[in-house]
Design a protein. Structure first.
Lengths: 1092, 356
C-alpha cells in the first residue's frame, strides 16, 4: 500500500543519554528512521537530549531539538511544531514511555497527534504487565505464573503463593533495572521495596522462576497488510536468569529442531497480531524448558531494541529503516532490500555463518559492586563477531570486547595456569564451580578452567545450565589448545614449529596469532610470518541476508579461514577508519560519531571509506555508513589482514578513541600510513617523559610530576612534589585506576592497582591542584592553520574526570586574560605536535596560572558537542584535512564563540550497582551525556540537569551537609534556597555554620544517633534535594548511605559545591520563567563571534 | 578420511568423510538453517548431492519422528561442519550415527560458501563426491559417462509398491511420487482415510475406491516417468478435486499441456516470499524445486488462474481452477506449527467438502 498521505510532519523521539540498557543502538535506529522518513518525503522533527548522537546532527532531521526528554518539554515542542504523528518506537524505552505519558496526559489528543509504529494500545498491551498477561492467556500462550503487586504486602502474598525462586520485574523499566531473583522471604521483601520504587508506575511483577531454561528470542516484523517475517532467531548462551543484555547470544538459534522452530514462529505471529503491531517490529523473548520443550513467553518489546540492532547487524537487514517505512503505511513487499537489491523486505534472511554477541562490563570501575549477573542489566557495551563456526565466532568475540584478551583464554593472560588446573585441589575446584554456577562476567573463562581441570560436560551443564552444545564447542577449543601445545618451543626465539594442517585448523577455529604464539612459545611476529609462508590467511565472506543465493550489491564482510576471498577490493582511492569497538565507560558513542563523520567526509571527497568495527549497536556499523564495512575485532592481526587485502592510502586512528590510538605505533612499524597527526607526535603526547620534555621546551606549565615503575620510586616522587598527588597508569582511557592520593599509605594501594592496569607501561604521578578550575579545549589543525573548536569550562572543581564533569561552552567564569593564556598554550602545542586533524587539551587553572594536564592528539569525547554548539562539523573537517585539504579552503579558520550557552552533564549508572558511592573522582564512571542549551547559563544548566534525569524541585525541603572546606561557600547557596522558599535541613556541623549566618536550618541527627534521620525523611519523600560534598578521600559510612539512598529514591543531588551553586541559580531561573524550547537550526542561524 | 567434491565443470573442493564411498548426482543447495533430517529423507531429493549452506549441522541430533520417509534419499550430503554431540531432549541419536546406520555418504570440512556462490553463478551442475579417486579430471570423465547414460527413473523405488491405507474417514487418494510424512500427517489431520497408490496407478484403480479427491504428492523432479503420471491423471481433470503438491503440481501442469522451465538456481529453502495478485498480503514459504511451470503457458489454459507468484522472480507458485476442480502449489505446504494444517490444504479440504 502506498505511504500515508494524511500525515506530513512526524516527530521522532530519541532515547536520551547513553545509560546501561540504552546505548547507541537507538542512535542507529533513530538515524535510519530519519533517513527513511525523508526518503518518503515527510518533514521530520527530532528531539533528543544526547548531543553525541548522529541523529542530532542538524542535517539528519528538518528540525532538531536537543532538549530534555520530559513530558513537559515534549508538550512544548508538539505545541510549537504541530506534528501529525509521533514515532516513538526508535527511542528505546524512553521514547515509548514518553509516548505513553503524552497519551495519558492528553497531549496527543489535544494536538491531534497519532502514535505510529506502535499504537498507544499496542504499547500498553506489551508494557502493562496485567494487560499483557491477559492478552497472552487469550491466545493461549503460556506465561510464567505471576502476579502484579503495587505494595510489598501484596507482593509477599503473591510470591509465597507461587513459591521460590521468584523473579521480580518492575514495570516500565529499561534494561530490566530493579529486577532481581529472590530465593527466600527476606530477599523477596527487600527486592519488592526496591522494585516498586524503581518502577515509574510503582508496579512490580512477581513471577515464577524459569532459571536455567533456554532463552530464545525472535525479531519479528509485521506490516499493515498482516505480512509477518522473522528476521532471525537468537539463542542466549547464558540461560534464563541472566538479562539478555548481559548474556552471550548467538544467532541463529543453534539447538532448536525445525519443529520447535516453527512452533516458535507460530507463537510469534500470534503474539504480534494480538499485541496489535501493524507497522513495525518487535522483539519477543521466550523461555523453553530444555527437558520437555515447554515454552513460556517472557516479554515483548513493541519497538526497536538492542536485540533488533543486533539482529540487523547479524543478518544485514536494516530493521529500523524497514520498521519506519512500515509505520507510514508501506508493506514489506514494497520496501526493497538494499543489501541484495534483488529481493524485498518480505523475505526472511538466512545466514551461512554463526553470529556471536558478547558483552562488555565495567565492574572494575565499581569495586564495591557485587560482580554478579542477574536480571538487572549491567553491561555497558557489546561486541559482535562472525565466524563460519561457533568456535571461531567465540574466539573473535572474546578478542573484540577490549578486555585485553585474545581469544578463549590461552593467550598468556589466564588467571589460573594449566599447571595449577592439572593438580587442582578442592579449594580451587570449588572456586571454579562457584564461578560457573553463579553467573558473572568471567564465567566463560572459568568454564575453560573447569574443562582443563577435568570437569565433564554434564557437570558443567548441571552447574551452569549452558547448553551442552555450546559447552562441547568450548571443549573442542580446549582440546585443540592441548594439541597445539605439543609443539611448544623450548626457547622463545625459535621458529614456531606446527604442522600445517594443525595451523589451518587452529586458525579456522579462531585462534589468534597471539594465542598461537603463547601456546607455541614463539613471537607473534614469527607466527605471522609462518602463516604467510604457508599461505594460511584470512579471507573475507559476506553478510548478504541470503546465504549466497543472490549476488549482493551492498554487503559487508567478516573474516574467516576458507578457500576463496569474496572481498573484491575496488581499485579506488580508499581510506580505512578504525572504530572504537564496544562501548565502555570512557569510550562510547562520541567516538562512533566521529568515525561516521569520517566516512561521510571521505564520501564527499570521492575517497572510498572502509570502516572496521565490531560494535553492533552503532551507526558506524550500519551497512550504508561507509562504502565497505568489515565487522572485525580491532586487534593488530585482524586489522593488518584487512590492510593487506584492501591496500588503502592510509588509516585513520584519531577517531575511534584510545583503541586505535594504542595500535598506531605497531601499525606504523608494520609500514602502514597513519593519516593525520604522525604516530611520532602521538607517542610524544602519550609518553610522559617525552611530553614533559616538550612542555619544558615550549615554556608551558605542568603540575610537577614523575614517572615511576615501582612503589619505592613512587614514594620518593610523591614526597618530592608534595601530597596530594594524582596517580594513574599511562595509555589508558577514562581515568582507569586513577586516584587522588593524600598520603603514603594510600599511595601503596593505588600503585599496586595502577600497575595491574598499566601492564608494561609506566605509572604517572602528578601534583594534584586542589580547587583548580579545569578546562577542556578541542582544536583542529591542518599542519599550518590551527583553530580552536571550543573552550569548555568544567563546573566541578579539578579532580573530577573530564568525562564525568559538567561543562559549559563557552566558558562562564574565566577572565579574558586566562582565556588568552589558554589559547596561546593550545596553539603552541598544536604547532609543536604538528597536528593534522583533531587535538584535545585539558588544563587546570589555579591562581591565575594555566597548567597543562593532558594532551590527546585525537578526537575527544566533546567533539560532537562542540560541533553541534558552534555549528561546524569538526570531525568531518578533520578528515578532509587529513586528506590534504586546508582549513582556510574549508571555511573554518577562526575560533567561533557562540551567542548561546550549552552545558554538558554526565549520566551515571549508579542505580545498577547498589551500594556504590556516587561520589565523583578522577576515575570516570559516567556512561553518557546530555546537553542543555539556552541563551543564559542558568537555564542551560538546569536543562542539562533535567535532561540527566534530576527531578528539579520548585519547592520543598533541601538537605545540606558539606565538608569543612566548603562551609564558607555553602552559606550563599543556603541563603538563596531559603529566599526561594525552600526549607533547609542540615547536619549538625553545617547547621551551626548556617545558624551563625542567620539562616535557620533544622538539624538532623547522625544516622546512628537518632531518628527520624535523613534516611527516614528521604524514604518518606520529604526531601526534594540533597547537597552533600564528601568529607575526604575515604568517605564516612553515613555519607555513603545517604548518597546511595539518593539514587534509590531518585532525589536530585549534588556532591560538589560548584555543582550546588549552578543548580541553585538554575532553580532560581527555573522558578522565574518557564523553560523554552528552540531548535538547533534556529540557534545556528545566529552567527557566533569570531576570535583571532 | 580425505574426500573430494568435483563438479562437472572441473571445479573441485577438498573435504573429509567418515565413509569410504563415491556417489554422483546433481548438486543442489538448500539455505535453510534447520531441517537436515527432513531434507535428506525427503524423496524429492532422491539422487541429489545436497549442499547445506548453513555451516553447523547436526546440533539437535535426529529422531525417528522427524523422518519424511524411511530412507535417506540423497545420494550425498555436503556440509561445512558436523556436530560431534547433539543437544535436544527429543533427539534419539546423533546425525553421524543416523547417517552411518543408513549408510549415507556425507562429506564435511569444505568451503560450502564458495561452492554455493559457484553454483549460483554457473547454474545447475552435476557432481561427484568421492573418497576413492582424487583426480578431478578422471572424476569429470566419470560424471560425463554417467550423464551420457539415459536418465533412470527413481519412482519405482520411491513409491509404494501397492496400495497402502492410513487413517480413518472419507477416502482420499494420494498418488505417491515420494510423499512426505509431513504431508500425510496434515491430510490425516483433516480427517481422511488416505489411500496411498503407487505413482503409476491407473484411473480405474484410483476410481475403484471411490475417493473424494486426489492428492498428487511431491517427489523428484524431471523424472522420466512423470509424463506417464501426467497422462494417467489427465482423464480425471474436472471430475474429482485434485491437489498437486510441488512436483505433483508440475505433473498437473504437464497434464494441462504446460511445460516447465529450469531455474538457474533452484528455490530451495524456507524463506521464499510469494505474492497474490491484487493483494498486499503474501506468504513466506518452504520450497524445494529446480523447475518452475511456464507462466505464459499457464495463462493460456482456460479457466485456470495463477493465484500466487514468487515475489523475487515472479515464477508461478499456486494455480487454481474452479472448472477443473484443481489446486496446485509449487512450494511445500508445510504445517504452520503446533500441527496446524497448512491453509492451502485447508482450502483443498473445502473444495472436497463442496463436492455433493
Amino acid at each position: 500500500m502506498p505511504r500515508r498521505k494524511d500525515i506530513k510532519k512526524i516527530l521522532i523521539i530519541g532515547s536520551g543519554p547513553i545509560v546501561i540498557g540504552q546505548a547507541c543502538e537507538f542512535d542507529y535506529s533513530g538515524s535510519q528512521a530519519c533517513k527513511a522518513l525523508r526518503e518518503e518525503g515527510y518533514r521530520t522533527v527530532l528531539v533528543n537530549s544526547n548531543p553525541a548522537t548522529i541523529m542530532t546532527d542538524p542535517g539528519m532531521a528538518d528540525v532538531t531539538y536537543i532538549e530534555p526528554l520530559t513530558v513537559d518539554v515534549l508538550t512544548k515542542i508538539i505545541a510549537k511544531e504541530r506534528p501529525d504523528a509521533i514515532l516513538p518506537t526508535l527511542g528505546g524505552q524512553t521514547g515509548l514511555n514518553l509516548a505513553f505519558f503524552l497519551m495519558k496526559h492528553g497531549v496527543l489528543k489535544k494536538y491531534g497527534v497519532e502514535s505510529i509504529g506502535s499504537s498507544v494500545g499496542a504499547i500498553s498491551c506489551a508494557e502493562d504487565r496485567n494487560l499483557f498477561k491477559k492478552a497472552m492467556q487469550e491466545i493461549e500462550v503460556e506465561v510464567p505464573k505471576s502476579g502484579i503487586a503495587t505494595s510489598v504486602k501484596e507482593g509477599m502474598r503473591i510470591g509465597l503463593d507461587i513459591g521460590f525462586p521468584l523473579i521480580l520485574r518492575p514495570a516500565y523499566c529499561l534494561g530490566g533495572s530493579g529486577g532481581a531473583i529472590a530465593y527466600n522471604k527476606e530477599e523477596l521483601e527487600s527486592f519488592l521495596a526496591k522494585g516498586i520504587e524503581a518502577s515509574p508506575v510503582h508496579q512490580i511483577l512477581v513471577e515464577q522462576s524459569v532459571l536455567g531454561w533456554k532463552e530464545i528470542e525472535f525479531e519479528v516484523m509485521r506490516d499493515c497488510a498482516d505480512n509477518v517475517i522473522m528476521v532471525t532467531s537468537m539463542e542466549n548462551v547464558d540461560p534464563m536468569g541472566v538479562h539478555t543484555g548481559d548474556s552471550i547470544v548467538v544467532a541463529p538459534a543453534q539447538t532448536l529442531t525445525p519443529e520447535e522452530y516453527i512452533n516458535f514462529v507460530n507463537l510469534c505471529k500470534k503474539i504480534i497480531r494480538k499485541i496489535g503491531i501493524s507497522g513495525g517490529g518487535a522483539n519477543i523473548q521466550f523461555g523453553q524448558n530444555p527437558d520437555n520443550g515447554k515454552i513460556v513467553i517472557i516479554e515483548v518489546n513493541p519497538r526497536l531494541s538492542r536485540s533488533s540492532a543486533l539482529a540487523s547487524k547479524a543478518t544485514g537487514v536494516p530493521i529500523a529503516r524497514i520498521a519506519t517505512k512500515l509505520a507510514v503505511g508501506l508493506t514489506l513487499p514494497e520496501v526493497m532490500n538494499q543489501v541484495t537489491s534483488k529481493t524485498t523486505s518480505f523475505f526472511e534472511p538466512t545466514v551461512d555463518y554463526c553470529v556471536f554477541k558478547i558483552c562488555r562490563f565495567t565492574f572494575e570501575k565499581f569495586p564495591y559492586a557485587e560482580r554478579v549477573l542477574n536480571t538487572s542489566m549491567k553491561a555497558v557495551g557489546e561486541a559482535m563477531s562472525i565466524g563460519r563456526n561457533f568456535k571461531e565466532a567465540l574466539q573473535k568475540g572474546m578478542r573484540s570486547i577490549e578486555i585485553k584478551r585474545y581469544g578463549f583464554g590461552a593467550d598468556g593472560k589466564d588467571k589460573i595456569s594449566d599447571e595449577m588446573l592439572k593438580k587442582a585441589d578442592s579449594v580451587l575446584l570449588k572456586q571454579i564451580k562457584d564461578k560457573i554456577s553463579i553467573p558473572n562476567d568471567e564465567r566463560f573463562f572459568y568454564i575453560r578452567y573447569a574443562l582443563k581441570a577435568g570437569l565433564g560436560l554434564d557437570e558443567i551443564y548441571r552447574l551452569s545450565h549452558i547448553d551442552r552444545w555450546f559447552l562441547d564447542n568450548m571443549k573442542q577449543l580446549v582440546e585443540l589448545e592441548e594439541e597445539i601445545k605439543r609443539y611448544k618451543n623450548k626457547k622463545i626465539e625459535d621458529e614456531p614449529n606446527i604442522p600445517q594442517e594443525l595451523l589451518v585448523q587452529a586458525k579456522a577455529d579462531g585462534f589468534s596469532d597471539i594465542q598461537l604464539a603463547f601456546l607455541l612459545n614463539a613471537k607473534e611476529e614469527k607466527v605471522r610470518q609462518l602463516r604467510k609462508k604457508n599461505n594460511s590467511r584470512a579471507v573475507y565472506k559476506l553478510v548478504d541476508t541470503c546465504a549466497g543465493e543472490f549476488n549482493a550489491k551492498q554487503p559487508y564482510f567478516y573474516s574467516t579461514q576458507e578457500t576463496k576471498d569474496e572481498a573484491r577490493p575496488s581499485r579506488n582511492k580508499k581510506v580505512i577508519i578504525l572504530g572504537g569497538g564496544p562501548n565502555r565507560i570512557g569510550q562510547g558513542i562520541e567516538f562512533d560519531y566521529c568515525c561516521c563523520h569520517a566516512a561521510y567526509a571521505l564520501k564527499e571527497e570521492g575517497v572510498d571509506s572502509i570502516m572496521v568495527n565490531c560494535n553492533p549497536e552503532t551507526v558506524s556499523t550500519d551497512y550504508d555508513t561507509s562504502d565497505r564495512l568489515y565487522f572485525e575485532p580491532l586487534t593488530f592481526e585482524d586489522i593488518m589482514n584487512i590492510i593487506e587485502i584492501e591496500k588503502p592510502i592510509g588509516v585513520i586512528v584519531q577517531f575511534g578513541g584510545q583503541t586505535p590510538i594504542n595500535l598506531a605505533v605497531a601499525l606504523r612499524e608494520a609500514g602502514v600510513n597513519i593519516l593525520g597527526t604522525s604516530s611520532e607526535s602521538i607517542d610524544i603526547a602519550e609518553d610522559r617523559k617525552r611530553f614533559k620534555h616538550m612542555i619544558d621546551k615550549l615554556g608551558l606549565l605542568q603540575p610537577n610530576s614523575g614517572t615511576v615503575f615501582t612503589f619505592e620510586e613512587a614514594q620518593k616522587v610523591a614526597s618530592n612534589i608534595g601530597y596530594p598527588v594524582l596517580v594513574r597508569p599511562s595509555y589508558v582511557l577514562g581515568g582507569r585506576a586513577m586516584e587522588i592520593v593524600y598520603d603514603a599509605e594510600l599511595l601503596e594501594r593505588f600503585i599496586k592497582e595502577a600497575a595491574e592496569v598499566s601492564g608494561e607501561h609506566p605509572i604517572l604521578i602528578d601534583k594534584f591542584l586542589e580547587d583548580a578550575i579545569e578546562v577542556d579545549v578541542d582544536l583542529i589543525g591542518d599542519g599550518e592553520t590551527f583553530v580552536i573548536g571550543g573552550i569548555m569550562e568544567h563546573i566541578e572543581q579539578a579532580g573530577v574526570h573530564s568525562g564525568d564533569a559538567a561543562m559549559s561552552l563557552p566558558t562562564y567564569t574565566l577572565s579574558p586574560d586566562i582565556l588568552k593564556k589558554i589559547r596561546e598554550a593550545t596553539y603552541r602545542l598544536a604547532k609543536e605536535l604538528n597536528i593534522v586533524g583533531l587535538m584535545n587539551v585539558q588544563y587546570a587553572v589555579k591562581d591565575a596560572k594555566v597548567y597543562i594536564l593532558e594532551v590527546n592528539p585525537r578526537a575527544s569525547r566533546t567533539v560532537p558537542l562542540v560541533s553541534k554548539v558552534i555549528g561546524v562539523p569538526l570531525a568531518k573537517l578533520a578528515t578532509k584535512v587529513m586528506l590534504g585539504k586546508k582549513l582556510k579552503d574549508l571555511g573554518f579558520a577562526e575560533e567561533l564563540i557562540p551567542k548561546h550557552i550549552a552545558v554538558k552533564e554526565s549520566v551515571f549508572p549508579f542505580n545498577r550497582f547498589p551500594g556504590v558511592d556516587v561520589m565523583l573522582g578522577p576515575e570516570m564512571k559516567s556512561t553518557g551525556e546530555v546537553m542543555g542549551i539556552d541563551t543564559d547559563f542558568s537555564s542551560a544548566y538546569i536543562k542539562s540537569q533535567i535532561a540527566a534525569g534530576q527531578k528539579i524541585p520548585r519547592k520543598g525541603n533541601v538537605f545540606i551537609s558539606v565538608h569543612d572546606r566548603d562551609k564558607r561557600d555553602v552559606i550563599a547557596i543556603a541563603k538563596k534556597l531559603k529566599d526561594l522558599g525552600f526549607n533547609l535541613f542540615a547536619s549538625s556541623g553545617t547547621a551551626s555554620v548556617l545558624e551563625k549566618n542567620n539562616i535557620p536550618a533544622k538539624v538532623l541527627p547522625k544516622i546512628t544517633e537518632g531518628r527520624p534521620n535523613i534516611l527516614d525523611l528521604m524514604k518518606d519523600g520529604k526531601i526534594q534535594m540533597v547537597i552533600n560534598t564528601p568529607s575526604g578521600r575515604i568517605p564516612r559510612q553515613d555519607e555513603v548511605k545517604i548518597r546511595s539512598q539518593v539514587i534509590l529514591y531518585n532525589i536530585p543531588y549534588t556532591t560538589t559545591i560548584f555543582g550546588a551553586q549552578a543548580t541553585v541559580s538554575g532553580i532560581e531561573m527555573f522558578m522565574k520563567k518557564d523553560l523554552s524550547v528552540k531548535s538547533l537550526q534556529e540557534y545556528h542561524k545566529i552567527k557566533g563571534k569570531k576570535v583571532k | 578420511m580425505k574426500a573430494i567434491l568435483v563438479l562437472e565443470d572441473g571445479k573441485s573442493f577438498n573435504a573429509n568423510s567418515d565413509l569410504n564411498s563415491e556417489c554422483f548426482g546433481e548438486v543442489i543447495l538448500n539455505t535453510s538453517v534447520v531441517g537436515y533430517q527432513e531434507m535428506i529423507t525427503d524423496p524429492a531429493n532422491a539422487g541429489k548431492i545436497l549442499v547445506l549452506t548453513y555451516p553447523l549441522i547436526g546440533n539437535y541430533g535426529t529422531a525417528p519422528k522427524f523422518n519424511e520417509s524411511l530412507k535417506v534419499w540423497v545420494s550425498g550430503l555436503v556440509v561445512k561442519e558436523t556436530s560431534r554431540i547433539y543437544s535436544n531432549f527429543q533427539a534419539k541419536s546423533s546425525l553421524g550415527d543416523f547417517l552411518k546406520e543408513k549408510n549415507a555418504f556425507t562429506i564435511y570440512g569444505l568451503d560450502t560458501r564458495t561452492l554455493a556462490v559457484h553454483l549460483r553463478e554457473k547454474g545447475p551442475l552435476f557432481g561427484v563426491i568421492s573418497t576413492k579417486e582424487f583426480d578431478p579430471k578422471k572424476l569429470v570423465e566419470k560424471i560425463n559417462q554417467i550423464k551420457r547414460q539415459p536418465a533412470q527413473t527413481l519412482l519405482p523405488e520411491i513409491s509404494v509398491s501397492k496400495l497402502k491405507i492410513i487413517g480413518k474417514g472419507e477416502r482420499l487418494t494420494v498418488l505417491d511420487m515420494g510423499v512426505t510424512n509431513g504431508l500425510l500427517r496434515q491430510l490425516e489431520a483433516l480427517g481422511y482415510s488416505l489411500n496411498i497408490f503407487p505413482y503409476n496407478a491407473s484411473v480405474k484403480q484410483i476410481l475403484s475406491i471411490n475417493p473424494k479427491g486426489i492428492v498428487i504428492s511431491s517427489g523428484p523432479e524431471n523424472d522420466p516417468e512423470l509424463t506417464r503420471v501426467a497422462q494417467n491423471i489427465k482423464p480425471l481433470l474436472g471430475k474429482l478435486p485434485i491437489l498437486g503438491v510441488a512436483t505433483g503440481c508440475q505433473v498437473l501442469a504437464a497434464a494441462l499441456g504446460v511445460g516447465l522451465i529450469r531455474l538457474k538456481l533452484g528455490h530451495r529453502g524456507a524463506n521464499y516470499p510469494l505474492a497474490r495478485p491484487g493483494s498486499f498480503k503474501g506468504e513466506i514459504t518452504v520450497q524445494n524445486h529446480g523447475y518452475v511451470m511456464d507462466y505464459d503457458a499457464l495463462c493460456k489454459v482456460k479457466g485456470l488462474k495463477v493465484t500466487a507468484h514468487n515475489l523475487n522472480d515472479h515464477t508461478p507458485e499456486e494455480i487454481e481452477s474452479k472448472s477443473l476442480k484443481l489446486i496446485g502449489v509449487q512450494y511445500n505446504p508445510v504445517s504452520a506449527g503446533f500441527d496446524q494444517v497448512n491453509p492451502m490444504l485447508v482450502k483443498f479440504n473445502k473444495l472436497l467438502s463442496a463436492q455433493r
